[in-house]
Design a protein around this ligand. Structure first.
Ligand SMILES: [Mg+2]
Length: 508
């Protein structure tokens, strides 16, 4: 019997006695008060009866042939499923009844024969009331525990999906449901989309998840869409009996062995001018393999969650948006507006970072500084707008030539560019410089005022060292700068290398 039914009808009592007259008498007394009575004439049958359907209370005779009442009680208390069922012993006064043994075995009370029926009823009702309080306390504890652990999990979650996943998992585990999913309204607010958050009690439900992912619901459509519209909790006793038009996944849910389904809205109050509206942030849908009977305790538990966590989820959402905005701001702060390459600030940070790492790991670090030959003449001839276009194209060409993820191409200033190449030897860096030079040659950007070519060309200075802790990265810049100066001096449109020990020229 589930907890909801417990309050809707009188309790279910199992009477265990080997004397037919006792059974008849007790059945009459209890039935007249509206209790549902089951009987067992011996201990063995009593245990079977309890196992197949646990009663709310057991009246247990002690002297019985075969297994006596003490042993039955002992066995009930030894099992996790039956240990909490209140058991009252009934025994004849002359049967050498040991009250201490009865309590030690876990009985909650005892009644001596011959009994007064008012006393029997009073003792039973007393125990049932205690049991009810105990169940209520357990439920309240479970609710508090759930709220606590979920609150904790949400505050630790990094985004909305992770927070929803925490709710789904905690609810399913607490109430014993098999599957939980979350639907989130799309940005336009026109349809519900399947979120990344979900929980399944076992892997066999993964297929159901995959199939469900292809669904979407409009306002009022399907269980999720109806909950979205009504902003009220709603359940379906057995989805496999639903019309596919109403519950669009009934076929695949039935295939996955799912029956009971419950949808709850997660929302928060939102102020619009003078009125306070309610916005649904997500619809949670739970499934279980059993048919769902409306169960007050579970429903009040999920209701508590729906009202508690709406604002937390909203807060998470705002947090995530803020984080995204900060990332974008950071990105913008490190980007050169014209060329979309890393800017000088980012160049300085990255060089210093890579310098330290290379020193630690004793790996070579290389740098290429390059600029456009006769760029002032180019601007004078074609105008500044064309000059900017030229720089943009050069930036793209250089980016294509520098391939490794750790390499960084930056706008160093004006028409000057730089490439930082971690873990790259002098030879490797020279090869990259050649690649940049080649890509720019291939652009064939006309430069009528150049003294070295009909097209735009570059001069490139390459430096490469294995850094040491006591040196600063400025040395690498100074070397590349000197190499670039030499490239200019020696006639432009060429690459000059300055490595830590050797210095070689690499003319076209
Ligand atoms: Mg007996």
């Amino acid at each position: 019997m589930n907890q909801g039914q417990y309050f809707k009808s009188k309790a279910n009592i199992l009477v265990v006695d080997d004397t037919p007259e006792n059974i008849t008498l007790l059945t009459q007394i209890l039935s007249s008060q509206g209790y549902k009575v089951r009987i067992s004439p011996n201990g063995k049958l009593a245990l079977e009866s309890v196992r197949s359907s646990p009663p709310d209370l057991i009246l247990l005779d002690i002297k019985m042939p075969g297994m006596d009442g003490y042993e039955v009680c002992q066995r009930l208390k030894a099992s996790k499923q039956t240990c909490d069922i209140p058991t009252i012993f009934i025994s004849a006064l002359d049967a050498n009844f040991d009250k201490v043994t009865a309590f030690m075995l876990g009985a909650v009370d005892y009644i001596t024969k011959p009994f007064e029926y008012v006393e029997v009823l009073a003792r039973i009702e007393n125990q049932l009331r205690l049991r009810r309080f105990q169940l209520e306390l357990q439920a309240q504890n479970a609710q508090l525990q759930l709220l606590l652990t979920t609150t904790q999990a949400i505050s630790e979650a990094t985004d909305v999906e992770e927070a929803l996943e925490a709710i789904l998992a905690n609810v399913c585990k607490t109430i014993g449901w098999d599957f939980g999913e979350a639907w989130i309204p799309n940005e336009e607010g026109t349809a519900l989309e399947y979120s990344r958050a979900w929980y399944a009690s076992d892997v066999r439900l993964n297929k159901f998840r995959q199939q469900s992912e292809t669904f979407g619901f409009a306002l009022g459509e399907g269980l999720a869409g109806r909950v979205w519209l009504s902003q009220q909790l709603e359940w379906i006793a057995d989805v496999s009996r639903e019309n596919d038009r109403i519950f669009r996944r009934s076929g695949i849910a039935a295939e996955a062995g799912l029956k009971g389904s419950l949808g709850i809205p997660i929302g928060f109050a939102k102020r619009r001018g003078c009125t306070i509206g309610h916005q649904v942030l997500a619809v949670l849908v739970f499934f279980q393999r059993h048919e769902m009977a409306p169960d007050e305790r579970s429903l009040s538990l999920v209701n508590a969650i729906a009202t508690q966590f709406g604002s937390m989820i909203q807060h998470k959402k705002a947090e995530a948006a803020l984080r995204q905005a900060n990332l974008e701001l950071q990105r913008l702060a490190s980007i050169d507006g014209l060329t979309q390459l890393a800017n000088r600030r980012r160049f300085d940070d990255y060089l210093s970072h890579e310098w330290k790492r290379a020193a630690r790991e004793q790996q070579p670090l290389s740098l290429i500084l390059f600029d456009v030959d006769y760029f002032k003449r180019y601007n004078d001839c074609y105008g500044h707008q064309s000059g900017d276009d030229c720089l943009q194209q050069l930036a793209k060409a250089a980016s294509r030539a520098v391939k490794r993820p750790a390499d960084l191409v930056a706008r160093y200033g004006g028409e000057e560019f730089a490439a930082i190449l971690p873990n790259t030897s002098a030879e490797g860096a020279t090869a990259v410089a050649q690649a940049i030079r080649l890509k720019v040659q291939q652009l064939k950007l006309p430069h009528a005022q150049s003294k070295v070519s009909d097209y735009v060309t570059l001069s490139l200075g390459v430096s490469s060292v294995i850094p040491t802790e006591d040196c600063l990265p400025e040395i690498l810049i100074a070397m590349a700068d000197e190499a670039l100066y030499q490239a200019k001096n020696q006639g432009r449109d060429r690459i000059i290398l300055k490595a830590a020990r050797t210095s070689l020229t690499n003319n076209p």
